[in-house]
Design a protein around this ligand. Structure first.
Ligand code: ZN
Length: 163
């Protein structure tokens, strides 16, 4: 396994629509292992393939219990609303306020190509939306409505959770 370099939002890879995964082979498994390791090392919540320069529809998410791998994901149901701050490993040092659905259900393929469903609320719902947007070339600041000030960031006591 190897750590991959996380690109920042200036990189063109983060503004392109990613293509579906069609081969569930050893190469994909190595990529997923690297993405999981890179996410953990960066202390993030989620990491999408374009953030490391791979234009494929893949992201990994740390639910706090385990790393979930989503390949060719689709959001199939959303409900409610949450309003809170969000960060991104590709936009270091910034935090923005974003409204998201409070509950999100998605379907995706695992590393062997088998379809599964995942449903989450709050942070997981936020992460599913944020990462899915990356696969369409969108950065969360495009849907954010306000940037947190330096004073607000300094006042945060909890550690940062970036996707
Ligand atoms: Zn992000």
């Amino acid at each position: 396994m190897a750590l991959r370099k996380i690109l920042t939002s200036e990189d063109s890879a983060l503004h392109k629509r990613c293509r579906p995964v069609t081969k569930f082979d050893e190469k994909l498994h190595t990529l997923l292992d690297d993405m999981g390791e890179t996410l953990t090392a960066a202390n993030g919540v989620g990491l999408a393939a374009p953030q490391i320069g791979i234009l494929r529809r893949i992201f990994v998410m740390d639910t706090g219990e385990e790393i979930v791998e989503l390949i060719n994901p689709e959001i199939i149901e959303t409900s409610g609303e949450q309003d809170g701050m969000e960060g991104c490993l590709s936009v270091p040092g910034e935090w923005w306020m974003v409204k998201r659905p409070n509950v999100v259900k998605a379907r995706a393929q695992d590393r062997y190509g088998k379809w599964f469903e995942i449903e989450g609320e709050e942070l997981i719902a936020r992460c599913l939306c944020h990462e899915n947007d990356h696969l369409d070339g969108h950065i969360y600041t495009e849907v954010a409505y306000r940037k947190l000030t330096d004073e607000e960031i300094e006042a945060m006591t909890s550690t940062s959770e970036e996707a």
